[in-house]
Design a protein around this ligand. Sequence first.
Ligand code: ATP
Ligand code: MG
Length: 298
Amino acid sequence: MTTITTTSLPNLLHRGKVRDTYDLGNGLLLMVATDRISAFDVVLPNGVPDKGFVLSRMSAFWFRKVAHLIPHHFVAMADDPAAHPYLPANLPPQIARQAMVVRRAQRVDIECVVRGYLAGSAWAEYTAQGAIFGQAAPKGLKEGHKFEKPIFTPTTKAETGHDLSMTHQQVVAMVGAARAKELEEKTIAIYSYARDYAAQRGIIIADTKMEFGVLNGQLLLIDELLTPDSSRFWDAAAYRPGQSQPNYDKQFVRDWLNSTGWNHEPPAPALPPDIVDKTVQRYKEAYARLTGEALSHS
Ligand SMILES: Nc1ncnc2c1ncn2[C@@H]1O[C@H](COP(=O)(O)OP(=O)(O)OP(=O)(O)O)[C@@H](O)[C@H]1O
Ligand SMILES: [Mg+2]
């Protein structure tokens, strides 16, 4: 098993915390999900083997699943023969297996966050201020409380530092009223569909973040979709409001990091092998549960 933490192909467009994006020309991008892992916005020194493989396939799974709700950017996994004509010559198979070919769009600079449950920064805001996303909330809600309806809580896409909450007026000022409405409606529709699907497979999708772009005047779903890097996945069987929920996301890594007393400033400590192993296992189990298939290795 190889761990891919850096890639160097021609025409690098962007290196994020986890993904390396290349320009393929002809309006296409190659998005490589590496095995890097970040926590508290810091990339950890060691990678997690197979993470990129599992997460890029999970994104691909969801793009296909939600295609009836919205057009999306996904064209093909890079190891699919359908992608072959678009790829650089000699793309190593160990990169192709964790990369996807997508259509390039004009990005909407908003992180479209949607929350079905009270967790993370929303829980922190509620305990500090009794409010959720700036709106007064009932007293006595427990951590992990299920909202009656999903809440749209968009944020900026900060170039540096943490993303900031956006008000509805700020979203409208950026994209106009009609597009703002479309972003909110699509985000909630995609989340609700995925949440109901996952619920039948024992996973609660507590919240998630998605991104959109515009291509030929049309809204397009872009980036990664409904992975443990962009979402909170909880084990439905173990769900109990009033605690931090057993989960399939990075909480496990975050808990270990916090147990070391690390102050969330770089450099982060390296993850020990057993934490790395357990993390991969969590991701693979989430994939198997959601898709009903174990991942076969290429
Ligand atoms: N189809 C697309 N067309 C254009 N840009 C896209 C498309 N899909 C994703 N993107 C953009 O490509 C970039 C992918 O970068 P990536 O998510 O790896 O890093 P990042 O967002 O800069 O940082 P972070 O590591 O915090 O996510 C993002 O800016 C994303 O908005
Ligand atoms: Mg990103």
